[in-house]
Design a protein around this ligand. Structure first.
Ligand SMILES: *[C@@H]1O[C@H](CO)[C@@H](O)[C@H](O)[C@H]1NC(C)=O
Ligand SMILES: *[C@@H]1O[C@H](CO)[C@@H](O)[C@H](O)[C@H]1NC(C)=O
Length: 394
């Protein structure tokens, strides 16, 4: 009797072990097709299940979405996970047209993940752009960003495309050491509020070898962005590479450390921009912003520090910004401007810009309002090398 019980218990334990073993994939490979994913069908629940299993895997795992087209609803891939996860997206993942909320695909509290595979995230944003009235309707429905990385550490996104996002393509919050390499972002120039990569309160973001064309900022740094490098990125259409806007809210962390190198801006409405609101409710700072080896093709406002940023006239322009901008350099910035004012440095009267350097600025403008000029206030930059236009002549 006792013997019998033991062997029954043993075989039960064995059975349990075997069934857990298959569900969790002993080799650490989790392919959505083995969970029943069918081409052109919705995989939301399937991916939730596969993510859960990958996240629980004691060994480094691979989560595979093969080269098919799938629909995916709102999903959060939540950590912390037991081991690193490589998410390989080879196919095209389509967002439903009508979802609302904060984010479509969210990664939260994970570290050591990679998102690779050459796949495409298609936000299907056309309808959302057409109905976006959030600049005038405070009760507008929330429009989800495509890919959100919140509190993600030591991770990389490589060979991935984001297309037609309803709102921002990529939003990064509270992350540390996050790299975007060979990322393609595309949406039409008139797609509203579709920032390419927006970040805030993060330390160590690298955006390299990427091509971003969209309807808003290609890259934007919100408050608390630190140590950000942008190298070999092409931007356009879009609103350029922006810091800010800052100085709109009471609690904002400093922005410190932006290194933009070897980038190209094509037909954008701004180039290299730092923007802060007048009448800011609190003091703040932007420091160590460095731009080098930048090519411009028909860029409006190629170099623009604008401390009088006030869209829709939602502020009191008479009160200067309280954001202090310092240690900013522009080196070897060349190409063509779409406006006569190629260099605009409008700093705060109460907190003038400090330690601003420009060298080898060679910008042409061939339009009617020429010649090419600069416009400056509350700044005394150190200028060396080529000066086209003449920078802040007194
Ligand atoms: C940053 O993350 C990458 C990718 O996971 C990793 O290889 C690298 O070691 C991390 N760097 C630091 C300083 O932790
Ligand atoms: C720059 O980025 C482009 C686009 O991804 C890529 O094709 C090219 O190889 C990169 N250049 C270098 C030097 O890595």
């Amino acid at each position: 009797m006792g013997m019998n019980m033991k062997s029954i218990t043993l075989s039960f334990v064995l059975l349990l072990y075997v069934s857990i073993g298959t569900a969790q994939s002993s080799d650490g490979v989790f392919d959505v097709t083995t969970y029943g994913a069918k081409p052109n069908a919705d995989i939301t629940q399937i991916l939730e299940k596969a993510w859960k299993d990958a996240c629980a895997s004691p060994i480094q795992s691979k989560l595979i979405i093969p080269k098919e087209t799938y629909t995916l609803g709102v999903i959060t891939m939540l950590g912390p996970c037991k081991s690193p996860i490589d998410i390989v997206v080879q196919g095209t993942i389509m967002a439903p047209v009508d979802i609302t909320g904060d984010g479509w695909i969210q990664f939260r509290y994970v570290d050591k993940i990679s998102l690779t595979g050459g796949g495409v995230f298609d936000g299907q944003g056309q309808k959302a752009w057409a109905s976006n009235d959030c600049h005038k309707n405070p009760k507008c429905a929330r429009i989800p960003m495509s890919l959100k990385f919140s509190f993600v550490k030591d991770s990389i996104v490589r060979d991935i495309t984001s297309k037609d996002s309803k709102n921002f393509h990529v939003n990064i919050l509270g992350c540390k050491n996050l790299t975007f390499d060979h990322v393609t972002i595309n949406a039409p120039g008139n797609s509203i509020n579709s920032d390419g990569i927006h970040m805030g309160r993060c330390d160590g973001v690298n955006i390299i070898n990427s091509v971003i064309g969209t309807g808003d900022d290609c890259i934007s740094l919100g408050d608390g962005s630190r140590q950000v490098t942008v190298t070999n990125v092409t931007c356009g259409p879009g609103h350029g590479i922006s810091v800010g806007s800052l100085g709109q809210y009471l609690v904002e962390e400093p922005v410190a450390g932006l290194y933009v190198k070897n980038c190209k801006l094509i037909g954008t409405t701004n180039g290299l921009r730092i923007k802060t609101w007048p009448a800011s409710p609190a003091t703040g700072s932007v420091t160590d912003m460095h731009y080098e080896d930048i090519t411009l093709v028909d860029v409006q406002n190629p170099i623009i520090v604008d401390q009088e940023y006030c869209p829709y006239n939602k502020c009191n322009r008479k009160i200067p910004s309280k954001i202090k901008i310092s240690k900013v350099s522009f080196k070897n910035i060349r190409g063509s401007s779409g406006t006569a004012v190629a260099v605009k440095l409008l700093c705060s009267a109460d907190y003038p810009c400090e330690d601003v350097q420009l060298s080898d600025i060679d910008i042409t403008y061939t339009g009617r309002e020429g010649p090419v000029v600069s416009e400056c206030s509350n700044v005394k930059p150190v200028v060396t090398g080529i000066q086209k236009p003449l920078i802040c002549p007194s």
